[in-house]
Ligand binder design. Structure first.
Ligand SMILES: Nc1ncnc2c1ncn2[C@@H]1O[C@H](COP(=O)(O)OP(=O)(O)OP(=O)(O)O)[C@@H](O)[C@H]1O
Length: 304
């Protein structure tokens, strides 16, 4: 049986007349990196704020670590680390000193500060003033701060927003290491499919407040079957022949496009055309990219 670290049932949040989050049934399995993907305004931040107890759901339930958040708020949130907005720091204090401020509140030792600085690879900059940190370093300090209390679950809202490619790479590596090296499950939101594709093992796609897809990332790839594209001499004749044979075929730019076709049928299609004396120039398979699938799921209105 799967152990869900987050399980929501009918989670809904409305703002006046607008439904920001609509009957969401999130399932985040333990030990995974769950990519929470959706275009701007889809409802990711609103969902995350509800998961962290920062705003109340209009209706629906949230269970974290198999306990009701409404009834066990403090004990649950103690074991959840988060990075929701770009954190603010004391610029004149060092990274270590900034973490020490939080550490005092959380009753966490200096040793733990050193550990989390090591995890986010900030040990060499630990004693430098934060005002001299790059945006990427500040974001890593934010993750260090989220890790201080040794959480079992990390919730990160668009942690790579605004970072340069090197900064994005560093954050991504950090996230990838979380379940394996530190036993921490991660929910990370993004509007970038490429981001999620590179780090998530599970994915939930949200658009206009609704969850459109939720499964293993491999299942997303299998969502859509490959099409077969065939270039022939006399495409009109070839189209008529294949339609007569019962194939689901259309013509696009003089290429024949066959849908819902199984791999063993590829050879049959070729044989039919050759026997009808139609020269076949090229047969190729086109598997839709994750981007194609994503756009199909969210419709043309969703930008990546
Ligand atoms: N405090 C609020 N008052 C009114 N409407 C809000 C409020 N917060 C969010 N919304 C609306 O709810 C919808 C979902 O917003 P949300 O910020 O959750 O989306 P998001 O997926 O996180 O997008 P983004 O990546 O742009 O932050 C949006 O249409 C937004 O305008």
């Amino acid at each position: 049986m799967t152990n869900w670290v987050i399980q929501t049932s009918g989670l809904t949040r409305t703002y006046k007349t607008q439904i920001a989050v609509n009957l969401l049934n999130l399932r985040v399995p333990e030990g995974t990196i769950y990519g929470f993907l959706g275009p701007n305004g889809a409802g990711k931040t609103t969902t995350i704020r509800m998961l962290l107890g920062l705003i109340r759901p209009t209706s629906g339930d949230i269970e974290i670590f198999r306990k009701s958040l409404a009834q066990n708020r403090m004990s649950i949130l103690k074991k959840v680390g988060s990075l929701v907005e770009s954190p603010s720091y004391y610029g004149h204090l060092s990274g270590f000193e900034n973490l020490a401020v939080f550490a005092r509140l959380l009753d966490v030792s200096d040793q733990r500060i050193r550990e989390v600085l090591e995890i986010v690879r900030l040990t060499p900059a630990a004693n430098k003033a934060v005002k001299g940190y790059s945006l990427g370093m500040k974001q890593r300090l934010g993750i260090a701060s989220a890790l201080l209390a040794s959480p079992k679950l990390l919730i990160l809202d668009e942690p790579t927003n605004g970072l340069d490619p090197a900064g994005i790479h560093e954050i991504r590596q950090l996230i990838i290491d979380m379940p394996r090296q530190h036993g921490i499950s991660v929910l990370v939101s993004s509007h970038l499919l490429s981001e999620i594709e590179q780090m998530a093992t599970w994915v939930g796609i949200i658009n206009q407040g609704k969850l459109l897809f939720q499964d293993h990332i491999q299942a997303l790839r299998q969502e859509s079957q490959a099409e077969l594209l065939i270039d022939v001499d006399r495409p009109q004749d070839a189209l008529a022949i294949l339609q007569r044979e019962g194939f689901e075929v259309t013509m696009v730019d003089k290429s024949l496009v066959l849908k819902n076709i199984e791999y063993p049928e590829y050879a049959q299609v070729n044989k039919k055309l050759v026997l009808a004396d139609i020269p076949v120039f090229r047969i190729r398979e086109h598997a839709p990219s994750l981007e194609d699938i994503f756009l199909r799921l969210v419709g043309t209105g969703g930008s990546l």
